[in-house]
Write a protein that binds this ligand. Structure first.
Ligand SMILES: [Fe+2]
Length: 364
């Protein structure tokens, strides 16, 4: 009798294990097929640019500033939308953005990467883009490391972003690394008075082990385009740079703040999630001159700013804006506002100690 019971139990257990293995194989097979099909790059119609390429300066993105030269930017960082996997948290994030747009009324929103972290990245992008268009606010997008990690390829996302009227976006030349490399020139009375550079800081090297960085071909393109903008404007047009993953020198800012005894909710005890390899982008920007600031996202818990030793470029984390990021730390989320104003030389100016402000959704 006992032997029969044991045999029946063994049979049931074996059946359960077999069914589980078959189900897992089917599910993972379906997901891998989905991933490999939708992750393939598609044609976007991007142009080729080489060192001798002569582009039309008027073909770059432009926005006009007001008569008083004021221009406000709202930074949204790490929204981490899931498209339904975390309905309540996604809703809370959308409610927060709505409140921020109503109360802060920015001239431009820059979404600094990782707006979604889901295999359903394309529907998530579409939902977000429809939402932004319904608000009739101009918005720009810089790709983060999670945007195309689990689902549709970046080139498919690029083609989607290009469909939206209020989305100020350009993927940049197709023969350089990344899919969101572009400038937005700010004009006053037709003259270029400031430029915003959106950079793709890419994803990973060595298959998800280490974060990627801004590549040499991106720097070459950046320098060439900035030179053309400055030639068109007849002066050193000041610039701010927006990219998702911070440069390695931001670790030096973190270390110096710690050494000064500055440790509060603005610094994560996890450090700075920058690439191991330093491609030299900060040094490159120092040499270019006229760079006011760099703005990053990515770290969720860090929101400090400062100068790396010997650097004249202010570096700043945007405040984490999404409720699906920061899961273990129940902080309020919010936005970072950047206020540009008219300087004595006729160009716009940015004083980091005065013109950058984190605002929590709960404070609005
Ligand atoms: Fe990230």
């Amino acid at each position: 009798m006992e032997k029969k019971k044991a045999a029946a139990f063994f049979k049931r257990a074996l059946g359960f294990v077999c069914v589980t293995i078959i189900a897992l194989t089917l599910v993972s097979g379906a997901y891998l097929s989905f991933f490999f099909i939708v992750h393939q790059p598609v044609e976007t119609g991007a142009r080729e640019e080489s060192a001798d390429f002569v582009f039309d300066i008027n073909a770059l993105n432009y926005m006009d500033v007001g008569d008083d030269g004021s221009f406000s930017i709202m930074l949204l960082s790490d929204l981490h939308m899931t498209f339904g996997a975390a309905v309540l948290r996604d809703k809370k994030t959308y409610d927060g953005i709505s409140k921020a747009l109503e109360t802060q009324n920015p001239d431009l929103v820059i979404v600094n990467g990782d707006a979604w972290a889901t295999p359903l990245n394309l529907p998530s992008l579409t939902t977000f883009a429809d939402f932004m268009e319904s608000k009739r606010v101009y918005w720009a997008y810089a790709f983060g490391n999670h945007d195309s990690e689990f689902g549709f390829s970046k080139t498919r996302l690029v083609n989607k972003l290009k469909e939206y009227e209020y989305c100020v976006f350009d993927e940049g030349p197709k023969n350089i690394t990344g899919n969101s490399n572009y400038f937005i020139n700010l004009r006053k009375g037709g003259d270029i008075v400031y430029t915003l550079s959106i950079i793709d800081s890419n994803e990973y090297v060595k298959y998800r082990k280490i974060y990627d960085y801004v590549h040499a071909d991106q720097m070459e393109w950046f320098g060439r385009t900035l030179d053309a903008i400055r030639a068109a404007a007849g002066g050193i047009v000041p610039v701010s740079v927006f990219q998702h993953i911070p440069v390695p020198e931001f670790k030096e800012v973190y270390d110096s703040l710690l050494a000064d005894g500055y440790f509060d909710t603005h610094l994560s005890d996890k450090g700075v999630y920058s690439p191991d390899y330093n491609s030299g982008f900060l040094s490159f920007l120092e040499a270019a001159g006229g760079v006011d600031a760099m703005f990053f996202a990515h770290d969720h818990y860090n929101d400090f700013g400062g100068y790396a030793p010997g650097s004249s470029i202010y570096m700043q984390y945007g405040y984490c804006s999404g409720y699906m990021a920061n899961l273990t730390k129940e902080l309020d989320r919010g936005v970072t506002m950047v206020y540009l104003g008219l300087g004595a030389d006729g160009f716009l100016t940015l004083d980091p100690s005065r013109d950058i402000k984190h605002i929590m959704y709960g404070e609005m």
